[in-house]
Design a protein around this ligand. Sequence first.
Ligand SMILES: [Zn+2]
Length: 266
Amino acid sequence: MITFRRLTLLFFILLLSLNLLNIVPCNAACGFIHPPAPYVYAFLISLYLGISVAMAFLPCSNFHHPVICKGETEKKIVSITFDDGPDPIKTPGILDVLKKNNATATFFCIGHKLRGNEQILTRINEEGHLIGNHSFSHSKWFDFFPARKMSAELMETDRIIRDITGKSPLFFRPPFGVVNPMVSKALKHMPWKTVCWNIRSLDTMGSNQRKIMNHIIYHLKPGSIILMHDFTPFVENCLDELLVRIDEAGYEIAPLDILLNTSAYA
Ligand SMILES: [Zn+2]
């Protein structure tokens, strides 16, 4: 499996080899071996940077950091996850629908949204759902933050969740699902397990709720992790029907710790 570390190693070996061609004396006897032209370096550097950036948007490739995107099971079990909450208006409605359908989910919460919404987090916890860490700021610049600042955000969000529920989350979901070298460095030697998804509902993008529903149902597989968001019209209007259709498709909905067979809290 190609990883950022291996690609970097390969890249520097290539650069070193090309530089050796530059310093080795050459004459007509060299045949096809010539010092490389500058555009060769430019091409290699562009390729290296291009691959590294592109793979940051493909977290399930495990290129920059180990990421869990599905459960390893043959059983028809799936997990549903909600990002970017808690939302004072929408999240209680989600909890009502989950309760009605006897389903449990995982809520990846943003630290700054927990302030003022302590009661909602308490309810999430008390009703048997799991809580994960989704950064403190969820800033659009998060992926450009230095690793130390990222770690500080995660620890601050953990602290708030711990103050409210007494539990320290072990599941972390990176904002925007981007995993780059800074995120990987921030997570190094830390307890969090990075969890993404293998069914992106696209609930934030489309207004065609029927299409979103069919997309999710069509892609269901044993071990699937479904990404949704607390605040979208799809979740508000269609969660009840989605849970029924998942059930009709023969799938059981389980919390992430059951699906992944690992602890959700330290
Ligand atoms: Zn998010």
